[in-house]
Design a protein around this ligand. Structure first.
Ligand code: MEV
Length: 314
């Protein structure tokens, strides 16, 4: 039986979320600990989608999932195929709305699965177009960093509409990611920053420039392997994001707990206001101590990753 399969990992923004919307640089890592997978199989009649968040006909997808319908329809259109006679089964271990790029990853695995089913090559520009269709639906005006980070297997340096390039990482990075368990709303957080830019342009633009400078510093420290300095830069960027209004008490508390348990730096990751944070530590041992402390503090889930030039997961 003909079967199509598509896979995509999630992503972790190391530094530069939010300021990246305003053409400032950001650094993102592929995060393979959680991923999405789509299987496409033949059937007769209307296209159906089976997943843990929706089961039923494509035509009846709820409003907030319309982006996925657009990806599927456009993928069929590009392949000159009718939107019928197949079923999609989606499994994803990426928690939704936690800043890990779940929507972009699902769009990428859908696109890959459908092209695989039609035995067609999926070029990078077409993959980008398809993920953008869904991301525009999910986030309004995304910078595109989620799209690039879920389709790249390497850490990337990203500037909206200008640059996507692999970035050098000299020393292995020991990172603990913790999920607060609370769903963040990236769309609302991005809009809040925009509103702040209108009402308080001077202080907001200063914060965005500070984040740009910290992101440039982070790139240098990744290259030279100065992890302690990198940690300070990451924590400093959390403070700037907090001043921008996209953190919350729970994220701030996890950052404090990480630092008091020996992390060299810690910050929220992604859209903020709930979702995930991560801590950088100097060793595996320290990472496990921080992980334990975050679990005791109530983290819903934690992941340990060791990143060299590419990500290894445990
Ligand atoms: C979301 O993962 C990152 C944000 O910077 C939004 C975006 O870049 O589209 C908050």
């Amino acid at each position: 039986q003909r079967l199509g399969v598509g896979l995509a990992h999630s992503k972790l923004i190391l530094i530069g979320e939010h300021s990246v919307v305003y053409q400032k640089p950001a650094i993102a890592l592929p995060f393979e600990a959680v991923f999405s997978e789509v299987k496409v199989a033949p059937s007769t009649g209307a296209v159906t989608l089976a997943s843990h968040f929706y089961n039923g006909k494509l035509a009846q997808l709820p409003d907030k999932l319309q982006g996925l319908r657009h990806v599927i329809e456009r993928a069929c259109q590009i392949n000159n195929q009718p939107v019928k006679d197949f079923t999609l089964t989606l499994t994803s271990t990426i928690p939704i709305g936690r800043g890990l790029g779940s929507s972009a990853s699902i769009a990428a695995s859908l696109a890959r699965g459908i092209f695989d089913y039609f035995k067609a090559d999926l070029s990078l520009p077409v993959l980008r177009e398809l993920v953008d269709l869904s991301e525009t639906y999910a986030h309004g005006t995304p910078s595109g960093i989620d799209r690039e980070a879920v389709i790249s297997d390497e850490p990337i340096w990203f500037i909206k509409d200008q640059a996507v390039e692999p970035i050098e990482v000299k020393e292995p990075l020991n990172i603990i990611v913790a999920d607060t368990g609370r769903i963040g709303d990236t769309h609302a957080a991005v809009s809040a920053v925009n509103a702040r830019r209108q009402s308080e342009p001077d202080t907001t633009n200063q914060l965005l420039e500070d984040l740009e400078k910290l992101t440039e510093d982070a790139r240098t420290m990744l290259k030279t392997g100065d992890l302690k300095a990198l940690g300070h830069v990451l924590t400093a960027s959390h403070d700037k994001l907090k001043a921008l209004g996209v953190s919350d008490e729970g994220l701030d508390r996890y950052v404090d707990i990480s630092l008091s348990n020996g992390a060299v730096g810690a910050k929220l990751t992604g859209g903020g206001r709930g979702g995930c944070m991560f801590a950088l530590t100097a060793s595996t041992e320290q990472a496990l101590a921080v992980e334990q402390a975050l679990l005791e503090a109530g983290a819903k889930e934690t992941w340990y990753i060791q990143l060299t030039n590419g990500v290894k997961t445990d």
